[in-house]
Design a protein around this ligand. Structure first.
Ligand SMILES: [Zn+2]
Length: 363
């Protein structure tokens, strides 16, 4: 079995790859590193590439093991110094330290350590979770890589915080149309930006005021993230567009949200909705979920169910009825400067997974 020192070393090596969306060479180099990690293990290593996004699947020959360990090796952008892993006391700093190269390292070591055992387990690592996962996990599941359980270290910010739900994602684009005219004679045109701006508060009113949210914010939220409109200062613009990010819990639905929004839209405003993913809800009384909590307890911590506002690749598995178990090594500042992971918790996470697999995945 792997030691804390070995897990730390692999995490550091993974962090050193600058695997952001714009660095296809680094994404590929990282996939090569992962493939090399499994050379001479006797495991089946398969490489995929969809739309330039590399993925790697490691199995014992079956596409349908009991458990898939699932991770992503892409990261959000960071300052150059974040790609130089740094240890301070028990903390490892670096981009991806927590999200999620420490989790990747724990799963890679476990998969390798179990290469010759009778555990029914596989590993999939993809390169596009941070930009939607559509060419990584989504494609692998479509290709028939499916399991009863997926373990994903991508939420919770602590090993013992297991996610019982993640919100779904809905995107909305509103386009206002108008009529062009010269900026010196606005009475001759119809200003699309003005129209759009009038509509924004009407749409926002359909959602709970941020100040009135319950403590856990477990309600549908909306954020306008991008506005575009107009070509020149001296012109009355004829189109303006706003892009919204809507996150919803399992108690709401894209249909209900769409109805609410359509009911307040005036004529001349076009709305396009697209569902990026449904919410993920874990059956907390499922035997395979309870055993995961038992494994955490056996390690010496009291497990807790939590909720996660960000989405993960778990939503793709949920569509196939796979039980999704999300928790991760302890850390903080994910997607921010100073991202870190607690080094002993990488080993703790590894041990929890090992205990769990011993229980549920032995043939
Ligand atoms: Zn992540």
């Amino acid at each position: 079995m792997s030691t804390q020192e070995e897990l730390l070393q692999t995490t550091k090596e993974l962090i050193a790859f600058q695997t952001t969306e714009d660095q296809s060479g680094q994404l590929r180099a990282c996939a090569n590193y992962i493939a090399d990690f499994f050379s001479e293990t006797g495991l089946t290593i398969e490489r995929f590439e969809h739309e330039g996004i590399p993925s790697i699947v490691v199995t014992k020959g079956t596409k349908t093991p009991t458990v898939f360990l699932s991770g992503h090796f892409d990261v959000v952008p960071g300052d150059p110094e974040q790609f130089v892993p740094t240890v301070q006391g028990e903390k490892l700093f670096g981009r991806g330290a927590m999200d999620m190269k420490s989790g990747d390292a724990a799963m890679m070591h476990l998969m390798r350590d179990l290469a010759q055992t009778n555990h029914s387990v596989g590993l999939m690592l993809t390169g596009d979770e941070e930009i939607g996962g559509f060419n990584g996990t989504a494609k692998l599941l479509e290709a028939g890589y499916l399991s009863k359980v997926a373990i994903i270290p991508d939420g919770g910010e602590a090993v013992h915080l297991v996610m019982k739900s993640q919100k779904g994602i809905l995107r909305l684009t509103l386009t206002a149309h108008g009529v062009n005219a010269h900026g010196s004679m606005p009475w001759l045109g119809e200003n699309a930006i003005d129209r759009l701006i009038q509509v924004l508060p009407m749409v926002e009113d359909q959602f709970l005021d941020l100040e009135k949210h319950p403590a856990d914010h477990w309600v549908t939220t909306l954020n306008v993230g991008r506005i575009q409109g107009g070509l020149a200062t001296n012109q009355v613009p004829n189109t303006a567009t706003a892009h919204f990010d809507i996150r919803f819990p399992e108690t709401d639905s894209p249909d209900q949200i769409e109805t609410r929004i359509q009911s307040v839209l005036p004529e001349g405003i076009e709305a396009v909705f697209s569902v990026l993913g449904p919410p993920v809800a874990v059956a907390v009384d499922h035997d395979l979920a309870r055993l995961f909590l038992d494994a955490i307890r056996k390690g010496g911590r009291e497990p807790q169910w939590g909720v996660e506002h960000g989405a993960s690749d778990g939503r793709f598995f949920a569509e196939y009825g796979t039980l999704v178990l999300i928790s991760q090594p302890d850390g903080g500042n994910l997607h921010a400067p100073g991202e870190w992971v607690h080094i002993p918790s990488i080993k703790f996470y590894y041990d929890v997974l090992k205990t769990y697999l011993d229980k549920v995945a032995r043939e």
